[in-house]
Design a protein around this ligand. Structure first.
Ligand code: ADP
Length: 247
């Protein structure tokens, strides 16, 4: 297996006459946390939607483990081990925290209803779901309905439901968006804890989080790659400072 888990080659997305992502090359290193940052309108969300196959590129290619996934659907790439987190649909607000994770595990296994009528299987599944909750620091909240969770913990639950699928590559869309300092800390710690054995790509606004977690940062501006590298390098790049930080 080579060092690159995900690769975008000359990726372009036009909306009508407008080029939102313009010939972007991206290589995501296996086992790394890779952040995509940039000012508003830079093309981050478009790039994220392209990588997770929610939208189709106008041109260019996306490779996952050397397999061309450009024309595959989100469900197909999920089965290959590429999972996008923070889809609202991943969490059912009126189910308990434990039930949510159990359901995610069931869906991940994708086996028939009859299989789950076995009491032993359900028991086993509960144990697995509990282990998942412990992993993300939610064990104490197991019986609470998802809707009752504090905001930061909801995000932890979303990560827990994703982890049930044991993704090789996890894509996180602004994991700390709209959070106060304490929740940002909780989610940052959590991402740091669940990174082992997998690769994480995230779009993130909070530079503190990026500085703390990311091994590599790609800075987008006007749909193109402006700079790439570790935080220490990228943050000193004068073009980045001008485009991203407005200085
Ligand atoms: P970012 O996430 O970095 O703020 P986006 O990827 O959301 O940037 O948007 C990049 C540019 O593409 C913006 O100018 C935006 O208006 C435009 N854009 C995004 N999605 C669409 C769309 N569906 N139709 C038309 N223009 C779009």
């Amino acid at each position: 297996m080579n060092d690159t888990i995900l690769e975008a080659r000359n990726l372009t997305k036009n909306f009508g006459g407008f080029v939102a992502v313009n010939g972007v090359d991206l290589r995501i290193k296996r086992g790394s946390i890779h952040a995509i940052i940039g000012p508003n309108g830079a093309g981050k969300t478009t790039m994220f939607n392209l990588l997770t196959k929610f939208i189709t590129p106008s041109s260019g290619k996306i490779l996952f483990n050397d397999t061309d996934i450009t024309n595959k659907k989100p469900a197909e790439i999920a089965n290959m081990g590429v999972v996008r987190s923070f889809q609202i649909s991943a969490v059912f607000p009126h189910l308990t925290v434990l039930e949510n994770v159990r359901l995610a595990l069931q869906r991940g296994l994708g086996v028939s209803y009859h299989f789950w009528r076995s009491k032993a299987m359900l028991h086993n599944l509960d144990a697995q779901a509990m282990a998942q909750l412990e992993r993300v620091g939610l064990a104490d909240y197991a019986e609470l309905r998802a809707v009752e969770l504090p905001y930061g913990r909801k995000r932890a639950l979303e990560i827990a439901t994703t982890l049930g699928l044991e993704p090789e590559l996890m894509l996180l869309d602004e994991p700390t968006q709209g959070m106060g300092t304490e929740d940002v800390g909780t989610v940052t710690d959590l991402i740091g804890r669940v990174r082992e054995g997998r690769t994480i790509v995230m779009v993130e606004h909070n530079l503190g989080v990026v500085a703390h977690l990311a091994d590599t940062i790609t800075v987008l501006a006007r749909g193109e790659v402006l700079a790439e590298g570790p935080y220490e390098v990228v943050s000193k790049n004068p073009q980045v400072m001008e485009a991203y930080m407005g200085v």
